[in-house]
Design a protein around this ligand. Structure first.
Ligand code: WTA
Length: 626
């Protein structure tokens, strides 16, 4: 093989579910449906499927049609009938370290049932949408599972989003119920989630009730008739710990998750009970080799797809013990995460390159204070990992023992798509090859495959069970965005290259999606936040490379007459974006510009702004207006 290669140890091969990668890949290539049916057989179905894959209405693929199932039942109930009943399902620690809470599968069931009964008592029925907006606390997991159990569709909004983003997502989903908490802690500072909910609800007529979990204990206004403390509801007779599971069709919606796209409003990606369950279960099992002894820590927030698939659903489906931490990597000290790995004996640790780069900067002395010998496998997700960070992670954290699974996937794919398994030789910075049953291609503008080592558009050729089914309420946009450019192939929105060994190297987004510290944001959302400020006539947002964050947001603003381009105004605009869209979207810089580069038809040429900002050639300017 060419380049720098890290071969798997005999030990990691011996312990792996997949002993022979090529053989399993070959069997999936020969019989895609058979491969997935065999995996699905490991899970519980109230009724088995008539058909594994129904592709009669492409690109609206359906999986396990005719089957009856519920993902929550597979996450919780099935384990109660086994030795796992008394096994820890969840270990949680607060940011300040003052409290930790643990839940066995038995007590997880009680919590989920209680929450499910409360949600039902609020008038929520199968198919209704529920928005969940909380910090990283156990109740967010209970709320998601409770919705799934009764057949309601959850829409989790990341706690780092603010008023405008939350309002948009609540009203678009027409949620009946909001589940939130009084506040959350971020680096010791209070984030007033309930206050943000109150502001977001000013024009959301569909919302009937708000359930508020007490986390920080600070004073929050409660609107009589609408707002209810969770602990008060728990004291009522309705909140008992038993609840029957709704029997769902495999293709019934499980959740929607809003994500940023190229243009316009965020898209509501829709996932379903059956296929999503089979996809997340299988990928987690094979890629992270999850077994009963594992303590699995995924540092993502449940507000993103990684948190959905691999903090909540996947690990519970495999019956693992989940570790969940409320805080971030370096508070109060840069050894916080390493301390937690040691204290709780974490064996599989899944995080993002941005966090690794940030922690690298503090030096090796911090991790070296701790015994990290419980670790056996590491994972990375969210953006390309630079080889330097990969090697540091491998040497300093994994002690050259732990393979790194660099998993490439998307909100839309629901599960890992390009990823190693523990038996695959690794190259730092490459996600290696497509998962079993998948084939990827790199195409040029016209749809021809490009030569090895050349950059092009990354597409996926085969359907997979955890694929999004549509964009909620917008099927046309689903077809247009993902299936139009190359008919019959799924357009990922990423550029990549493939080397001579068939390994894929992701380069980055080809659209207007920005990945800031692994968080997916759209230029359109940032620009619409800016435009609500009275001084702004027009604006453009772009992402530029950033050493730690991967990408950072830069904005260009054309002011209305009468406003002076001052330093103070620039700072005010940065804060304006943070207040409206969320602190994660705060621009690195807001610069003032007399005229934005546009095409003759009036579209902003962000590409030109990007090139100018980096001092690079501006490329073809023939469409630029005078
Ligand atoms: C990027 C996150 C390189 C990619 C799971 C993709 C990655 C976008 C990787 C989806 C990786 C994700 N290597 N790039 N291992 N994982 N990406 O929807 O650009 O938040 O299109 O899903 O993240 O972001 P999303």
């Amino acid at each position: 093989m060419e380049g720098e290669v890290y071969y798997p140890s005999q030990d990691s091969i011996a312990k792996s579910y997949v002993q022979d990668w090529e053989a399993l890949a070959e069997s999936a290539r020969k019989d895609l449906q058979g491969f997935w049916a065999e995996r699905a057989d490991e899970l519980f179905w109230f009724k088995k499927w008539d058909k594994v894959l129904d592709d009669s209405q492409k690109p609206f693929f359906k999986w396990f049609t005719g089957a009856k199932v519920n993902i929550a039942y597979n996450c919780v109930d099935v384990h109660l009938q086994t030795y796992r009943k008394n096994k820890l399902a969840l270990i949680w620690e607060s940011e300040d370290g003052k409290s930790d809470r643990t839940f066995s599968y038995y007590s997880l069931n009680r919590e989920v049932c209680r929450m499910a009964n409360i949600i039902k008592a609020m008038g929520v029925e199968k198919g209704d949408r529920v928005t969940i907006y909380m910090g990283r606390i156990p109740e967010i997991m209970f709320a998601m599972l409770a919705c799934a159990k009764i057949g309601a569709i959850h829409s989790v909004v990341f706690g780092g989003f603010s008023v405008d983003a939350l309002h948009e997502r609540i009203s678009d989903s027409e949620s009946k119920l909001i589940i939130t908490c009084d506040g959350s802690l971020q680096n010791g500072k209070l984030v007033e989630l309930k206050r943000i909910v109150d502001e977001s609800l000013r024009h959301c007529p569909t919302v009937e009730n708000v359930i508020v979990v007490k986390r920080t204990g600070h004073e929050v206004p409660m609107e009589a008739g609408r707002d209810h403390w969770f602990h008060d509801l728990c004291a009522l007779p309705i909140a008992n710990g038993k609840c029957t599971t709704e029997v769902m069709d495999a293709e019934d919606p499980l959740f929607i998750l809003y994500t940023s796209g190229s243009t316009g409003k965020p898209k509501a990606i829709l996932h379903t009970h059956g296929g999503y369950m089979v996809g997340t279960y299988t990928t987690l099992k094979y890629v992270f080799d999850i077994n009963d002894e594992d303590r699995f820590w995924c540092t993502a927030d449940p507000g993103w797809i990684t948190g959905h698939s691999y903090l909540v659903y996947g690990p519970l489906l495999t019956g693992a013990t989940i570790f969940m931490f409320e805080g971030g990597p370096a508070f109060p000290y840069p050894n916080r995460w390493w301390q937690l790995i040691e204290r709780f004996g974490v064996s599989v640790f899944y995080t993002a390159p941005t966090a690794i780069r940030a922690l690298m900067r503090f030096g090796e002395a911090w991790p070296n204070k701790h015994d990290l010998s419980s670790l056996r496998l590491l994972g990375s997700v969210g953006e390309p990992i630079n080889p330097e960070a990969w090697k540091w992670f491998h040497r300093v954290i994994g002690k050259e023992r732990c393979p790194i699974m660099d998993t490439w996937w998307q909100t839309e794919t629901g599960m890992f798509m390009i990823t190693p398994t523990p038996v695959v030789p690794l190259k730092p910075g490459s996600g290696t090859r497509p998962f079993f049953g998948q084939e990827a291609e790199i195409l040029d503008e016209q749809g021809n495959p490009v030569a090895d080592d050349h950059e092009g558009y990354l597409v996926l050729k085969n359907p997979w069970p955890a694929m999004m089914r549509t964009l909620y309420k917008d099927p046309d946009r689903y077809v247009e965005t993902y299936w139009k450019k190359y008919p019959g192939k799924y357009m990922t929105g990423d550029s990549a290259r493939r080397d001579k060994d068939g390994y894929f190297w992701i380069i980055g987004r080809v659209d207007d999606v920005i990945k800031v510290s692994g968080h997916r944001l759209g230029t359109a959302e940032i620009e619409s936040a800016l435009i609500t400020h009275p001084a702004v006539a027009e604006s453009a947002a772009i992402g530029l490379p950033h050493e730690v964050k991967g990408q950072a947001i830069y904005c260009f603003v054309h002011l209305k007459p009468g406003f002076a381009p001052t330093e103070d105004l620039s700072e005010e605009l940065r804060q304006h974006v943070a207040r409206h869209l969320g602190p994660i979207a705060r621009p690195e810089e807001v610069n003032f510009i007399d005229k934005l580069p546009k095409t003759r038809s009036g579209k902003i040429m962000r590409r030109v702004l990007k090139a100018r900002a980096q001092g690079l050639p501006e490329g073809d300017l023939s469409t630029l207006e005078e």
